[in-house]
Structure formats: structure tokens, C-alpha cells
Ligand binder design. Structure first.
Ligand code: ATP
Ligand code: MG
Length: 555
């Protein structure tokens, strides 16, 4: 998007425009800093579109930096999934992938500098005591008895921490700031802690790891980040961000700006909760199509463009808000309505026998898109026995039912007009087969005698159709805000996955995974990227054709 008018504006872009106009910066450098402790979700997409989008529009750069200071919770599988998801969303980072752990040596040096300036000390209170001494929002904290150690003693102790001579929890490095500050983050925050953990990037080199607040600002500075964008819960941390950079010898001017997180109804967004769903096997992995992870959305059939469009529509502000799921769904529906080829599938089949049709197979032309002729046509086989949808036939019905009824006519999509003559049922009274006749003079035209046929139903030829499994998804949770439930896992929607077995037209044999199709009248679907086989196709419904929830909720 080079056209300035097409740029979505927001308060952050206004700040950048001003900074550039005033010559505060000549180029814009942003970063997306995920912690590799889970897969990315739709909330991260908001941050990705913001950071990478700004870099694109201002001809700047955006780094991908793994914020990897918690080795116990992180791993390379997450690193790889995050890289893949960012690229799939359509973005590319500047230069190499970066890691905060690239800077561990430098960070150690800056910690030493703070100690030398009398601005950091080695704490030996226990974690519980530290909490107790910190005070509360209404009471100031107390000074630790270790706060006034000499620089020499602190240097020696910090070196001992690094050498592995303190057990976990027995010592940490704290900044010496202000135990009475109204901002809790400024009450001598911990900068380094002891963790005897193997790190996915640095192996066993370190047994002390820097904290987020110390690491993030310095990493930003080292990378020449100009605008460091994060979510609102870090607002108070900005004071510490600035304090660290002001008190070490580093050449830089990054500034942190906060925006509101994306919250979506009927979903959870924290990686801890998503991880719990995966660990407790309440879903089928991080990429379960009901999960609002990027990989789940991809598997479900969401397109990168639809997610970028969603991020653009929701905008970037400082107001906390919760977005309706229908806002996300309408983005993918709009995209697929425009771009997805049409095809026919029958999800819950009953047999339709056309008694006056010969046994041959007739190949009929069907347009791939009703109003995009450039998408071409495909051939669909039409024969004496076809499958139609169980709900598209009734023995009797009123006029509102514009489908097939005994002794009435309906049009088969892309084919002929048929008239139902009689039907057969199984022992339980379920209809198994409908017998009908067809009017061979109605291909692509109305009946010659002027009789009106209003309804159109979809179908597939029984002999040529491919058996397929259809996975129909609903919201994963039954309540709009599952995160606020006592036990969010108990609010899972037991009907969030329904499986049906039916048939698709043969042209779907080689449909690429994840590519969206509109199955006429039943919704948008794609081939599942994990479970589908050439001889056992599996389709995920991305979204229905219309917003059924809006109807249910009376909107
Ligand atoms: P979670 O709470 O899901 O674990 P996080 O903030 O701990 O998320 P990070 O990996 O640290 O996850 O996030 C990387 C970036 O994505 C951060 O800049 C963070 O602010 C941003 N981000 C995370 N969740 C959201 C969200 N819901 N909306 C917008 N941005 C988000
Ligand atoms: Mg985090």
C-alpha cells in the first residue's frame, strides 16, 4: 500500500508522522517481539499487522525478535511456528530473525554498569520476603537489608550468581530505584534471576536470565527501534523502560507506545489458557480449527487477506473493547464470496433416482463463480442417480419451502428441472430414496410451456462423487467471556464440532489444502491440511454463507 490515502490512520501513525515531520527520526524501525511460549493467536495478528504494516507503509523496517528470557516455557517448535505464521500473514522481517538471547552478553555488561553506578544490588531476600517488602498500592515498600551493599560486594555476588553459586530463589539482581514509588514496577524491580534451565538458543551457557523489563528496552535500543509498540498492560512499565535506558551507556532513542489488546467474544486469548486447552486435550492441538490461533484459522480456511482486513477494520486505539466474532467472520466471508470458486457437495445425502434418464453420464458445464466469468467453468457429471441433501426434500410442505416436494418441481443447480414422484423409507421411517422424472428441455433455460420453477437445490452424481467428511464448527465456548469464568474449560461448547459424511463433486479430487471453496448453499470449505487423504477427503467449514448467530441473537 503506497497510496497514502489508503493508509488506515490511528494515533500511533499520527505520532510517527509528527516525529518524521519534526526530524526526530528519519526512518521508522519497529519490531514484533513474541515470546516463543506458544503459538500465535488472532491478538498477535493485530500487533503483527500494526508493526509490519507501519514498516511497509513508511518504507521502514520491522524486526522479528523472539523475547526469549523464560527458557523453561519456551521451545523451538514455537519459534518455528511463529516464523511460519508471520510469513503466512504476508509479512517479512528485516534481516535475520533476532533473539533477545543474542544480547545476553551485552545485557550482562549493562547490569554490571548499573551495579558500578550504585543503581543495582544483589538481593538475598526470598521471593516471598521480596513480595512482602514491596508494599501495596496504598502503602510504600520497605528497604531490603541488602540494599546498601557496596559496589564491590555487589559485583562479586553478581559474578557468583552468573557462576552458578546461588541456588534458584537464593539471590537476584534488583535495580535500586524507589521503594515508595506509586508505580509498583519502580519499587526496585528484579533485573536478573537464577534459573538452571537449558535454553533453546544459548544452551547451558547461562544460569541467570534477565527479566522482560530490563531486556526489552535494551534490545530495542540495540536494534535501533524507533517506535516500540506494545499493549496497554505495559503502560506503567514504560517508566522502567525509560529509566534503564537513561541510566546505561547506550546510543538510542526508542520510545514505547501502548495500544489496547484485541479481545474477541466467545474465545480466550492468553497463551496460558490456549496451552491448557491443548495440554488437557480439550481441543486437537494448537491448530485445531476452533482455536483462534493463526495456525487454527489457516487450517479452518481463513485467508491471510481476511485476517489483515479484520485487523484494519478493528483499528488501533487505547480503548479497551471486545469485538464480536461476527466481525471476524464477515471478513473471511467477504473475501471468499469474492474469490472462492464454487463447487457442489452434499453433506447429509439421500439418493435421487431420475427414472426417465438413460444410464449414460452427461458432463455439464458449471461456472466456477456466478459473477466472475474469468474464473472459468468446470465439468460436472450428471447421471441417473444423484445425491441431494436430506433437508432439501419433503413429502409435503408449504409454499415457503422452495426445495423438492412430492409431485412438485425444483431445479438442480447447473442442470435440469426435476419432479419428485415418490419416495422410499427405511424401517425407521427415514427417507432413503426419492424417485423423480426430469425435463430434458430445461438445461440452462426455463420450461418451454412457461411454468415457473422457483427453487434450486445442489446435488452430486452418485457414481462419480467422492466420499468426504465434513467438519462443521461452532464457537468453542458457550459464553461471550470465557476468560472470566471460574473454570473457563467448563464453558466449552460440546457442540463446537459436528462431523457429517457425504459427497463432493469429482473436481474436488485435487483441491489444494487450505484453499477456500464455496459449496453451493452449504458454506465455505477447505481441505483439511492434516487429516485429509486423496481417498478419504476431509473438509473444514470455514464459515457458513450467512451469519446464523446474528439471527439467533436477534440482531
Ligand atoms: P498472551 O497474553 O497471549 O500470552 P503475550 O502478550 O504474553 O500474550 P507475547 O508473545 O509477549 O504474548 O506477545 C507478542 C506481542 O503481541 C506483544 O507486543 C503483545 O503486546 C502483542 N499481543 C499479544 N496479545 C495481544 C492481543 N490480544 N492484542 C494485541 N496485541 C497482542
Ligand atoms: Mg508475554
Amino acid at each position: 500500500m503506497s497510496d497514502a490515502e489508503a493508509r488506515p490512520t490511528n494515533f500511533i501513525r499520527q505520532i510517527i508522522d509528527k516525529d518524521l515531520a519534526e526530524g526526530k527520526h528519519t526512518a521508522v524501525v519497529t519490531r514484533f517481539p513474541p515470546e516463543p511460549n506458544g503459538y500465535l493467536h488472532i491478538g498477535h495478528a493485530k500487533s503483527i499487522c500494526l508493526n509490519f504494516g507501519i514498516a511497509q507503509d513508511y518504507q521502514g523496517e520491522c524486526n522479528l525478535r523472539f523475547d526469549d528470557t523464560n527458557p523453561e516455557k519456551e521451545n523451538v517448535e514455537y519459534v518455528e511456528s511463529i516464523k511460519r505464521d508471520v510469513q503466512w500473514l504476508g509479512f517479512d522481517w528485516a534481516g535475520e530473525v533476532r533473539y533477545s538471547s543474542n544480547y545476553f552478553d551485552k545485557l550482562y555488561g549493562y547490569a554490571v554498569e548499573l551495579i558500578e553506578k550504585g543503581l543495582a544490588y544483589v538481593e538475598e531476600l526470598t521471593p516471598d520476603e521480596i513480595r512482602e517488602y514491596r508494599g501495596t498500592l496504598t502503602e510504600p515498600g520497605k528497604h531490603s537489608p541488602y540494599r546498601e551493599r557496596s559496589v564491590e560486594e555487589n559485583l562479586a555476588l553478581f559474578e557468583k550468581m552468573r557462576a552458578g553459586e546461588f541456588a534458584e530463589g537464593k539471590a537476584c539482581l534488583r535495580a535500586k530505584i524507589d521503594m515508595a514509588s506509586p508505580f509498583m514496577v519502580m519499587r526496585d524491580p528484579v533485573l536478573y534471576r537464577v534459573r538452571f534451565a537449558h535454553h533453546h538458543q544459548t544452551g547451558d551457557k547461562w544460569c541467570i536470565y534477565p527479566m522482560y523489563d530490563f531486556t526489552h528496552c535494551i534490545s530495542d535500543a540495540l536494534e535501533g527501534i524507533t517506535h516500540s509498540l506494545c499493549t496497554l498492560e505495559f503502560q506503567d512499565n514504560r517508566r522502567l523502560y525509560d529509566w534503564v535506558l537513561e541510566n546505561i551507556t547506550i546510543d538510542c532513542t526508542p520510545h514505547q507506545y501502548e495500544f489496547s489488546r484485541l479481545n474477541l467474544e466467545y474465545t480466550v486469548m492468553s497463551k496460558r489458557k490456549l496451552n491448557q486447552l491443548v495440554e488437557e486435550q480439550l481441543v486437537n492441538g494448537w491448530d485445531d480449527p476452533r482455536m483462534l490461533t493463526i495456525s487454527g484459522l489457516r487450517r479452518r480456511g481463513y485467508t491471510p487477506a481476511s485476517i489483515r482486513e479484520f485487523c484494519q477494520r478493528i483499528g488501533v486505539t487505547k480503548q479497551d473493547n471486545t469485538i464480536e466474532m461476527s466481525a471476524l467472520e464477515s471478513c473471511v466471508r467477504d473475501d471468499l464470496n469474492e474469490n472462492a470458486p464454487r463447487a457442489m457437495a452434499v453433506l447429509d445425502p439421500i439418493k435421487l433416482v431420475i427414472e426417465n434418464k438413460a444410464d449414460d453420464v452427461e458432463w455439464l458445464d458449471a461456472p466456477n463463480h456466478p459473477n466472475q466469468p474469468e474464473m472459468g467453468t468446470r465439468q460436472v457429471p450428471f447421471s441417473r442417480e444423484i445425491w441431494i441433501e436430506r433437508e432439501d426434500f419433503r413429502e409435503s410442505a408449504n409454499k415457503k419451502y422452495k426445495r423438492l416436494v412430492l409431485e412438485k418441481e425444483v431445479r438442480l443447480r447447473n442442470a435440469y428441472v426435476v419432479k419428485a414422484e415418490r419416495c422410499e423409507k427405511d424401517d425407521e421411517g427415514n427417507i432413503t430414496t426419492v424417485y423423480c422424472s426430469y425435463d430434458p428441455d430445461t438445461l440452462g433455460k426455463d420450461p418451454a410451456d412457461g411454468r415457473k420453477v422457483k427453487g434450486v437445490i445442489h446435488w452430486v452424481s452418485a457414481a462419480e462423487a467422492l466420499p468426504a467428511e465434513f467438519r462443521l464448527y461452532d464457537r468453542l465456548f458457550t459464553v461471550p467471556n470465557p476468560a472470566s469464568a471460574d473454570n473457563f474449560a467448563e464453558t466449552i461448547n460440546p457442540e463446537s464440532l459436528q462431523v457429517q459424511h457425504g459427497f463432493v463433486e469429482p473436481s474436488m479430487q485435487n483441491a489444494p489444502v487450505e484453499k477456500g471453496y464455496q459449496f453451493e448453499r452449504t458454506g465455505y470449505f477447505c481441505v483439511d491440511n492434516k487429516d485429509s487423504r486423496k481417498d478419504a477427503l476431509v473438509f473444514n467449514r470455514t464459515v457458513s454463507l450467512r451469519d446464523t448467530w446474528a439471527k439467533i441473537e436477534g440482531k
